[in-house]
Design a protein around this ligand. Structure first.
Ligand code: DGL
Length: 263
């Protein structure tokens, strides 16, 4: 029987990861769950994020998924290390793939990390970077307004640029040459982040690496679908219209129907 890849996020942001999965794995079925009733996770406590994450995983497991992709940096930071080994399916997060790419990309061994308050406070990126290369200096800042900016479609202009310059000042002062976009929404703001940081700074969007890792794991388990066009289903815990309305910007294509479920 064809099995799907399960993907979840606090809401709409994880669609930037789903987009890359769809591109790199066109034969795979995807079941996406966005916890729109409880978004945002970025300001919630570790305990709460863990509880929500377990519930989201249990929902996806009902669809008999073969792998779960945690398409949320806050969940990957707070919950993944705790829950990873409690389920039989492989669970892939977004932190390690982004870290590997950043450590590979940096020339001057100074990496900046931007994310939600939760992600930055967890120090998840810093810890993993140091494990790979202890000589790297990490500067991490949270950019809470970037999430509403991305959702409102405020992706350029003076106001966004000013806010970005302000948030990113510590990274500029630290002389980082690589910045990890440690939040699902931030890839949408790449042009303004680039403008604020300067053209020579390399921006790391982990979605591509996440899709590569998913492919690798499925290939190793001989679980890749090699034929047939993938079917994509979207579930949310609230407000399917809002989710579908934003989907095009995050996923790159329209979603016909997202289904509301209670979990
Ligand atoms: N998906 C979240 C993340 O990547 C951002 C939105 C939220 O705070 O829930 O951290």
């Amino acid at each position: 029987m064809r099995k799907a890849i399960g993907v979840f996020d606090s809401g709409v942001g994880g669609l930037t990861v789903a987009r890359e999965l769809i591109q790199q794995l066109p034969n795979e079925d995807i079941v996406y769950f966005g916890d729109t009733a409880r978004v945002p996770y970025g300001i919630k406590s570790k305990e709460t994020v863990i509880k929500f994450s377990i519930e989201n995983i249990l929902f996806l497991l009902k669809y008999n998924v073969k792998l779960i992709c945690v398409a949320c940096n806050t969940v990957s930071s707070f919950a993944l290390p705790v829950i990873k080994n409690h389920f039989r399916v492989p669970i892939v997060g977004v932190i390690s793939p982004g870290v590997r790419e950043a450590v590979y990309a940096t020339q001057n061994k100074r990496i900046g990390v931007i994310g939600t308050r939760g992600t930055v406070n967890s120090r998840s990126y810093e810890i993993e970077i140091k494990q790979l290369d202890p000589s790297v200096k990490v500067t991490a800042v949270s950019c809470p307004l970037f999430v509403p900016f991305a959702e409102e479609g405020l992706l350029e202009g003076d106001v966004v640029l000013k806010v970005a310059q302000n948030y990113l000042k510590p990274l500029k002062n630290a002389g980082v040459d690589t910045v990890i976009l440690g939040c699902t929404h931030y890839p949408l703001l790449k042009p303004v982040i680039k403008k604020a940081m300067g053209n020579n700074v390399c921006l790391i969007d982990s979605a591509k690496q996440v899709a590569i890792e998913v492919k690798k794991i499925l290939a190793a388990e001989s679980a890749l679908n090699l034929s047939g066009k993938g079917r994509h289903r979207f579930f949310v815990s609230d407000n399917p219209e809002w989710f579908s309305g934003l989907a095009e910007r995050f996923l790159g294509k329209k979603i016909k129907n997202a289904t509301k479920v209670s979990i």
